[in-house]
Design a protein around this ligand. Structure first.
Ligand code: BDR
Ligand code: CA
Length: 310
């Protein structure tokens, strides 16, 4: 039986790659996408989520629109210099045919988990607002969630949006702190590993040899994201593999090494969004999560390439 997943997403160039990898993986059943603000406004990311499922021939997969703003902090500038004004590399694709369903993201998550107790994994690859709202609204779903595999955070290296914070956590640190102590199994696929998985121009050259809806789209949306990586990280056309690494973890966790540790999120001040692993349990008691600290990069890249080109 394929693993049921809900992808909570802010597409987003790397979100788009992640969603295509998931939709092309027989091990997974994508039961829905939920949108959130982040790489663009939530209005735009919801439209992009619809575009992506339609483009891949999965227009039947429900898309639920989520939160427009963080729980407590102000909505900070949208990442248009990273992903383009439209979240998809300034390609300004035609409007999708479908519409978001008539439920909020949190309602969709709650109803889907309740209808499939113990079977659904949540895979947030954007700010964690929708997941936190679902957990707060209906705490009884916690034991029914199989696992939360999130892309976000950095415990042993510096951040990307600030010296200490990764962008998804930074955009809603209060929500992230709720998810870190959700109580169900949580896996953090953070910058510690996603910055070790590098998609190079040669990688994309190979991928683009195969023409299909996914590779055609990625070819169009990639340049803005590459330009950001060049400007900020001096990567010469290569990019980090953030969101697709979370999907790779769900498909094959053996590609990652994890360690169990409680994680806290700083919510205020200069260190807002910092994810702190309480290695020696010196702060108040909190359940461990699994933090990815090692990755078989070649294995993750091979998996992504194989899925995108099938
Ligand atoms: C995360 O931030 C976003 O820009 C990406 O889509 C990814 O989810 C990486 O820090
Ligand atoms: Ca994302």
């Amino acid at each position: 039986m394929p693993q049921k997943i809900i992808i909570d997403t802010d597409p987003g160039v790397d979100d788009s790659i992640a969603i295509s990898v998931a939709l092309r993986s027989p091990e997974l059943e994508v039961v829905g996408l939920t949108s959130v603000f982040g790489n663009a406004t939530n209005e735009i990311t919801a439209q992009n989520a619809l575009r992506l499922v339609e483009l891949e021939g999965h227009g039947n997969i429900p898309v639920a629109r989520g939160c427009d703003v963080p729980l407590v902090v102000e909505l900070e500038s949208i990442a248009s210099e990273v992903h383009g004004n439209d979240g998809l590399g300034n390609t300004h694709l035609p409007a999708p045919k479908g519409k978001p369903i008539n439920k909020s993201a949190a309602e969709f998550i709650i109803d889907t988990v309740r209808a499939n107790p113990g079977e659904v994994m949540l895979v947030p690859i954007g700010p964690l607002t929708n997941i936190a709202v679902a957990l707060k609204t209906d705490p009884q779903i916690v034991p029914m969630i199989k696992k939360i595999v999130l892309m976000g955070g950095a415990v042993s290296i510096h951040g990307n949006i600030s010296p200490v914070a990764e962008a998804n956590i930074y955009h809603d640190p209060h929500a992230a702190d709720i998810v870190m102590q959700a109580g169900c199994p949580v896996v953090m696929v953070g910058l510690d590993v996603t910055q070790q998985v590098i998609m190079t121009p040669q990688f994309f050259e190979e991928v683009f040899k195969v023409k299909n809806p996914a590779t055609n789209l990625i070819k169009r949306i990639l340049p803005v994201y590459q330009a950001y990586h060049d400007r900020f990280h001096k990567m010469g056309g290569s990019i980090h593999t953030h969101d697709p690494s979370a999907i790779a973890y769900v498909i094959n966790p053996a590609l990652f090494e994890t360690r169990s540790v409680p994680v806290f999120v700083e919510t205020i001040g200069r260190c807002k969004g910092q994810t702190v692993a309480d290695e020696h349990r010196q702060w108040e008691s909190r359940k461990d999560i699994e933090v990815c600290q090692g990755v078989n990069s070649a294995g993750v890249l091979a998996l992504i390439k194989e899925r995108l080109t099938r």
